[in-house]
Design a binder for this molecule. Structure first.
Ligand SMILES: Nc1ncnc2c1ncn2[C@@H]1O[C@H](COP(=O)(O)OP(=O)(O)OP(=O)(O)O)[C@@H](O)[C@H]1O
Ligand SMILES: [Mg+2]
Length: 248
């Protein structure tokens, strides 16, 4: 079941938070083009705006100014019903999995599409996805009965139930040891190759960012560095040496 990937074009995007006192600019006049089907790592220090940017692209937060074109739609112009429909076309993976503790792995995967009329068999697709993420046989397990890595696999399967053209992941490996984190990244790379979706992920980890097609480093809500990692291995190594010097 191939997904159709989408390009994302962000232009002049600004988001401020006002919590009394001076407004804080989390994303500052940011412009960015992401090619359809690419896998892009967002890095940068804590507070640099990675999560805010993902939330804006995922329409979890609304922008103050600027546009975000996903596919052929400017999502900053969408109103309620259209916005809800847009959210159903993207997948979101969080650092802390956010699984519902009382539901089985299978029911967690089904949960996002439960309120909607869909033209596929929900349980059958959820089973297929759990198999794709390596959890065949664990459909009935509760989150507490699964390891952190397994819970994140469930969260990845859940994010894919609507066959998203765009997958957003906020530190999907941040709570995992480096080996398990690398496995989750293998999974995302494989699913991206199989399904052709665009992936935008925030990470603090060099070894995760290194395996993406492109590394964008944010600082104070702006792009501080934008590195193409799709060259040959030699190019990648020298590019990453530079990235390491930049201290991700
Ligand atoms: N809901 C909010 N209310 C007020 N300020 C916020 C809110 N969300 C984010 N911020 C502020 O916006 C800035 C950017 O935060 P953001 O969470 O996007 O950073 P980040 O790069 O994801 O950081 P981290 O690596 O720690 O996850 C920070 O200064 C943060 O305190
Ligand atoms: Mg964050």
């Amino acid at each position: 079941m191939p997904n159709t990937s989408v390009a994302v074009t962000v232009d002049g995007l600004t988001k401020q938070f006002r919590t009394g006192g001076e407004p804080l600019t989390a994303v500052d006049e940011l412009s960015l083009e992401i090619a359809a089907g690419s896998m892009v790592a967002l890095t940068g220090p804590s507070g640099s705006g990675k999560s805010t940017l993902l939330h804006l692209v995922g329409a979890i937060e609304s922008a103050d100014t600027g546009t975000i074109v996903v596919g052929d739609r400017d999502i900053t112009k969408l109103r309620r019903a259209a916005l809800a429909a847009y959210r159903r076309t993207i997948g979101f993976v969080f650092q802390r999995y956010h699984l519902l503790p009382a539901l089985s792995a299978l029911d967690n995967v089904i949960a996002p599409v439960l309120p909607y009329r869909v033209d596929f068999d929900r349980a059958a697709r959820a089973r297929e996805l759990l198999t794709a993420v390596g959890l065949a046989g664990r459909e009935r397990a509760l989150p507490a009965q699964l390891s952190g890595g397994q819970q994140q696999r469930v969260a990845v399967a859940r994010a894919l139930i609507g066959e998203p053209a765009l997958l957003l992941a906020d530190e999907p490996t941040g709570n995992l040891d480096s080996g398990t984190g690398a496995e989750i990244l293998d999974l995302l790379l494989r699913l991206r190759a199989e399904r052709g979706m665009t992936v935008l992920l925030a990470t603090h980890e060099q070894h995760i960012a290194a395996r993406c097609d492109r590394l964008i480093r944010l600082r104070d809500g702006r792009i501080a560095e934008d590195l193409d990692l799709t060259g040959g291995d030699d190019d990648r190594d020298s590019t990453l040496t530079r990235a390491t010097q930049l201290r991700l």
